[in-house]
Design a protein around this ligand. Structure first.
Ligand code: HEM
Length: 507
């Protein structure tokens, strides 16, 4: 099998017996971030290198300019993610935007993209901000009544990201703090646990024998999960349509999409308003669609908003809390900005523009996403034979081959970010951000297949942190692991002992 890269004269990581370059999957001996770092650093002078996923060769593209060419200019050759699960094998995951391929993906992306513009975020802001206020009020009361003031932040963040996505994507107000055993929390625990042995085996199966796995319809998520989403959405849509209820949330947007009424407004979204890390929608997402969607197609999108939305955001939020807890200067500076905003408000609630206008907040969020991108690598699959060309090299990438975008490796490359392991929000100050090459800062991916939810994610991150830091100082506790160690989890970015943060009420 090594012949594959030898013939193309591409350097590659020597494959190990059976597992190739993915022993982390079987032995769980490396964090995903460290695996990506290793792939990225192994051949520092080459733009492209090779790995083996079990016996299948895959490319690691290290060069930001080449990545841009492949994902933007030559998008037609690499439009899709590798499809693990087909629609038949897993109706929720298989039909969701992330998994869709070809024309169906294009149509779904254009259908959904009007739901994620800055103006839609503005409408949805109140839903997010009321979760933020509710969290701060509940925690304040709990701590004042002598309750625990030390929290595992990821677990805490899961509660409010689930609450946010439940209200925004499903139209259901959950309040996981008052009702910690609710169905959304239970299901979120189930679907975020990719690290169980059985799930890992299923993944390995989809790597090694994808056709057989699809034929056997091996599901990653069980039927209870599928039924749960269908029921939740069905019920909400039924009540909405019956009673003519209009609420500014994603269900409402999906009902409009189903009726073909959701279209792009003639508004030009300004990236700067919604945060430096925001990714722009391409022409693919901006085109008009006439395809009619089934209810099942729409359930799957709500599911992916839930799935893509709560774990990524709660991971970033917990790493951000850690960084602020140990970098007290940054925490104080951010609190100063928050306090100043609070004073200007004179008791009124903060709004979307005001949150987005907070400069240091944006710097802190950007730097957390650089240092701790919750998606350390993403893939693209080649859909038609492609001639790869760079420097003086030319070779064929055959249809079906996969390449990786090593986001974590690029973000930690000292050529692009000086002293890359340091948490330093000043990199993103108005003056310094001009020196950042945008092709090297890609927490939300790149090209037409980038993250559709970047605005939503940034709004949520900032709003919740606003309310938390307005009310509390983040302080280390006996359980806090400092410095932080990353768990040897081959699928997700996760802290080894969790992220324990003490909440000290502010005067
Ligand atoms: C900080 C939080 C988040 C990060 C860092 C993140 C990152 C990413 C990345 C890297 C991708 C793949 C992009 C590529 O392949 O180029 C992606 C795709 C996606 N994300 Fe996010 N994401 C976040 C939050 C969200 C939220 C809140 C939602 C929805 C509400 C969301 C929905 C999606 C969807 C649907 C896709 C698939 C898009 C497609 O295939 O067309 N994400 N995200």
């Amino acid at each position: 099998k090594e012949e594959y890269f030898l013939r193309k004269a591409i350097p590659y990581a020597k494959p190990k017996f059976i597992v190739g370059s993915r022993e982390d999957f079987l032995l769980r001996n490396s964090a995903l971030t460290e695996t990506v770092r290793k792939w990225y650093n192994e051949f520092p002078n080459d733009k492209v290198s090779g790995i083996f996923e079990f016996s299948t060769p895959a490319f690691i593209v290290r060069d930001p300019k080449l990545l841009k060419k492949l994902t933007v200019k030559d998008f037609d050759s690499f439009p899709d993610h590798r499809m693990f699960l087909s629609e038949e094998a897993d109706p929720l995951f298989g039909r969701a935007l992330f998994s869709l391929q070809g024309q169906k993906w294009r149509d779904m992306r254009s259908t959904l993209s009007p739901a994620f513009t800055g103006s839609k975020m503005r409408q949805m802001f109140e839903l997010v901000s009321s979760v933020g206020q509710q969290v701060a009020t509940t925690l304040n009361a709990q701590i004042k009544n002598g309750g625990d003031s030390s929290f595992e932040f990821k677990e805490l963040a899961r509660k409010f990201t689930v609450d946010t996505i439940a209200t925004c994507a499903f139209g259901i107000e959950v309040n996981s703090f008052a009702h910690p055993k609710n169905d959304f929390i239970r299901i979120s625990g189930k679907i975020s646990n990719f690290n169980s042995f059985l799930t890992m085996l299923k993944f390995i199966g989809y790597f090694m024998i994808p056709k057989l796995m699809r034929l056997l319809k091996v599901r990653i998520f069980d039927e209870e999960t599928t039924d749960f989403f269908q029921k939740a959405i069905n019920e909400t849509m039924r009540i909405r349509e019956r009673d003519g209820i209009i609420r500014h949330d994603m269900i409402n947007l999906l009902i409009q999409a189903k009726q073909g009424k959701l279209t792009h407004e003639k508004e030009i979204e300004k990236k700067t308003i919604d945060g430096f890390a925001t990714v722009e929608e391409s022409q693919v997402g901006l085109s008009t669609v006439t395809r009619k969607w089934t209810d099942e197609d729409l359930y799957a999108q709500c599911f992916i908003f839930f799935f893509a939305g709560f774990d990524t955001v709660s991971t970033v939020m917990s790493f951000m809390a850690y960084e602020l807890m140990v970098n007290t200067d940054a925490q104080k500076k951010l609190q100063k900005e928050i306090d100043e905003m609070n004073e200007v408000l004179e008791g009124k609630q903060v709004n979307y523009e005001q949150i987005q206008g907070m400069k240091y907040m944006d710097q802190v969020v950007c730097e957390t996403l650089r240092l701790w991108p919750p998606a350390p690598a993403v893939d693209r699959i080649c859909v038609k034979d492609y001639e790869m060309e760079y420097d003086d090299k030319k070779y064929l990438v055959e249809k079906g081959k996969v390449f990786y975008i090593p986001i974590f490796g690029i973000h930690h490359d000292g050529r692009y970010f000086e002293n890359p392991e340091k948490f330093d929000p000043e990199r993103f100050s108005e003056e310094n951000r001009r020196n950042i090459d945008p092709d090297t800062y890609i927490p939300f991916g790149l090209g037409p297949r980038n993250c559709i939810g970047s605005r939503f994610a940034l709004m949520e991150l900032k709003t919740i942190i606003y309310y938390l830091l307005l009310n509390f100082d983040f302080v280390p506790t006996a359980k806090s692991q400092i410095p932080l160690k990353i768990a040897k989890n081959p699928t997700q970015l996760q802290a080894e002992n969790g992220i324990w943060v003490g909440f000290s009420p502010r005067k």
